[in-house]
Design a protein around this ligand. Structure first.
Ligand SMILES: Cc1ncc(C[n+]2csc(CCOP(=O)(O)OP(=O)(O)O)c2C)c(N)n1
Length: 681
């Protein structure tokens, strides 16, 4: 790792033209689409040339090379900046795709989306979250480097050794999440994180003096960052010096993350609109596009880049050379440390260890053998104790509620500034934690999970949504899931959370009833490779209801018949803490001569993905249905229909012991009995 650039600086005239190529691609693509944000790409063009052309270690031919530098465009509205860079440096993003900017199914969506455009590391657009993803990526890099890098025979075999670069604007820095994650990045000394602040003084409403007057350098110095202030963001030599300084201090023992504060002019190059908010998020218009071409001296037609500029931008030859150097190092590493090399590759691919399935069966068998009346949050910790030794890629944590969320497991190590670990106290930073976990999942090598109270999932909600949109395997441990938490009262009692989380497309929300369902929920969340999961867990003890290994496969289907009767006359559907209540109602009904079936539905999302035959077998359409869940009732209508009944809570909770609250809100076996009886008469 060296502070020196990877490639020498181009001569000044060429450097300018390379930056102008970005400008004009942004201008022309936004003009063609008649929508988009030309201002930021135009203002950051020189910064982009210095970073991407001179410093970034990447190989356009292999966007997944594990040790590439990561680049995040946190001001994702400036998407044409990254599309221009990817095209110019030689990624599989042909010019035709830039012509189709923002069109249906193009590789150039309005904001950068991971999984769509080769070379895009994360989906950005919700301001502040890209920065948080970058902090998570830098954390992953630091942890993996500590875990895997070795020294042998005097040779440093650093197979993980890269920087994470992030571009951000005023918007990202105004967002509260930037405080959460930058504060933590400073504390953890994530010194290979280098952020470029596009300080152009403009956001959508105009000049930011009216709403954003922070002393950003002082703010970041207070976080413990290395601050490089007052860099002219159009002076490539000054930018280059700043990047070298940031890289040089990154390797110091007390290295810090760096922010390079760049003074820029938004829309630079546009003679009449530069420096104004007009250029932030709208096409320049035919006349101003022509004026911009003239003022830059740009002769090329739209989407035409002169060959000498294309050649100068092409990063493929040096990218291939950098990757093959790394590959040679990795091969030597593998020769000395075959097991570590294999584990590293497995983890970066997101695959589970070979022993996973067999050991898992033993875990389930152990739970079934020892039924226990425990809270599902405790059952979750038990599951972690059993599963964690199998998955060294686990990286747990909690937003300052470790003892309540029980996210720590036997033998876990607390991660700190200078200590490797696999459990992090994120501090009271729910949103930051969730977005950092997304960054870790995107980086690869870790399977992140983190805990807080279910009610505070609202704080993290947009990052949960982003995990789902990006199809990332991230696991949220949400404990204290209902009025069942008792005396803390309505501020802490979830009502609408489980139902509203269930409607985030791609998120699996589990509300398990007991130890076995909890372990299956964990297994499912770990095994799924295409999206996040949330576990809603109880604070209060619950009896074990599922105690047969044959049920494991059924639980995996999200909803199953827990207790049946010959010719049932109704179905009671329940989740989590209300499953035992449903079982009590079933007994009362049986005593009254009414046979009912109880369906436990720990994950409606997974149940909904089953074929209709399974769904109808579990919930026969002809039978009346009553759902019971200590949450907002509306969600259950799609299962019980208008003729069915839902016993839930459509108001906020109250502060009282849990038992009193269940009685007060009428979530009782008697209420279920009445609802069923009314429907079978
Ligand atoms: C969380 C969030 N809120 C609001 C927006 C809408 N938005 C997009 S860009 C922007 C202003 C950003 O200002 P700045 O970062 O200074 O970008 P610049 O004007 O320099 O391009 C806003 C409010 C968003 N994308 N994300």
């Amino acid at each position: 790792m060296t502070a020196a650039p990877m490639t020498p600086a181009p001569n000044a005239a060429l450097a300018r033209q390379m930056a102008d190529a970005i400008r004009m691609l942004a201008v022309d693509a936004v003009e063609q689409a008649k929508s988009g944000h030309p201002g930021a790409p135009m203002g950051m063009a020189e910064i982009a040339e210095v970073l991407w052309n001179r410093h970034l270690r990447h190989n356009p031919a292999d966007p997944h090379w594990p040790d590439r530098d990561r680049f995040v465009l946190s001001n994702g509205h400036g998407s044409m900046l990254i599309y221009a860079l990817l095209n110019l440096t030689g990624y599989k993003l042909p010019m035709d795709e830039l012509r189709r900017f923002r069109q249906l199914h193009s590789l150039t969506p309005g904001h950068p989306e991971v999984g769509i455009t080769p070379g895009v590391e994360t989906t950005t657009g919700p301001l502040g979250q890209g920065l948080a993803n970058a902090v998570g990526m830098a954390l992953s890099e630091k942890l993996l480097a500590t875990e895997f890098n070795r020294e042998t025979a005097g040779e440093k075999l650093a197979i993980v050794d890269h920087f994470t670069y992030v571009f951000m604007g005023d918007g990202c820095l105004m967002e509260g999440i930037s405080h959460e994650v930058c504060s933590l990045a400073g504390t953890l000394r994530l010194s290979k994180l280098i952020a470029f602040y596009d300080d152009n003084g403009i956001s959508i409403d105009g000049h930011v003096e009216g709403w954003f007057t922070d002393d950003t350098p002082a703010r970041f110095a207070a976080y413990g960052w290395n601050v490089i202030a007052a860099v002219d963001g159009h002076d490539t030599a000054a930018i280059d010096t700043a990047v070298r300084a940031a890289k040089a201090q990154a390797v110091l023992p007390d290295g810090k993350p760096t922010i390079i504060c760049c003074k820029t002019v938004i829309g630079k190059g546009s003679p009449n609109k530069a420096g104004t908010h007009d250029v932030h998020g709208a096409a320049l218009g035919t006349a101003e596009v022509a004026a911009t071409r003239a003022s830059l001296g740009w002769a090329g037609a739209p989407f035409e880049i002169p060959t000498e500029i294309t050649a100068a931008w092409d990063a493929r030859p040096r990218g291939a050379a950098m990757q093959s150097q790394w590959q040679a190092r990795f091969d030597r590493y593998r020769a000395h440390f075959p097991a570590e090399a294999q584990a590293f590759q497995r983890r970066m691919k997101g695959e589970l260890p070979e022993a996973w399935s067999d050991t898992l069966q033993a875990v389930f068998a152990g739970i079934i053998a020892k039924p226990d009346a425990i809270a599902t949050r405790k059952a979750s910790q038990n599951a972690l104790d059993a599963i964690a030794p199998l998955v060294p890629e686990f990286f747990g944590g909690s937003a300052d509620l470790t003892g309540s969320n029980l996210t720590n497991f036997k033998g876990c190590k607390i991660a700190g500034r200078d200590t490797w670990g696999n459990h992090l106290s994120y501090g009271v930073r729910e949103f930051g934690m969730a977005a950092m976990m997304n960054g870790m999942a995107l980086h690869g090598g870790h399977l992140p999970y983190g805990g807080t109270f279910l009610t505070f999932s609202d704080y993290s909600r947009n990052a949960i949504r982003m995990a789902a949109l990006m199809r990332q395997r991230v696991i949220h441990v949400f404990t204290h899931d209902s009025i069942g938490l008792g005396e803390d009262g309505p501020t802490h009692q979830s009502v609408e959370h489980v139902p509203s989380l269930r409607i985030i497309p791609g998120l699996d929300v589990w509300r398990p009833a007991d130890g076995l369902e909890t372990a299956v929920a964990w297994a499912h969340a770990i095994e799924r490779r295409d999206g996040p999961s949330a576990l809603a867990l109880s604070r209060q003890n619950l009896p074990q209801v599922a105690s047969d290994s044959a049920l494991v496969e059924q639980i995996r289907r999200g909803g199953y018949v827990l207790a049946d009767a010959p010719n049932p006359r109704a179905v009671i559907i329940a989740t989590g803490s209300e499953v035992s209540l449903a079982m009590a109602a079933r007994k009362l009904l049986a005593d009254a001569g009414i046979a009912v079936r109880v369906v436990s539905m720990p994950c409606t999302n997974v149940f909904d993905r089953q074929d209709m035959a399974w769904q109808d077998a579990v919930l026969p359409p002809a039978l009346p249905a009553v759902a019971v869940e200590a949450a907002h009732p509306d969600f259950w209508r799609k299962y019980v229909g208008r003729a069915g009944a839902v016993i839930g809570i459509a108001s906020f909770g109250e502060s009282a012991p849990a038992k009193d609250l269940y009685a007060h809100f009428g979530i009782t076996a008697e209420a279920v009995v009445k609802a069923v009886t009314d429907r079978v008469r």
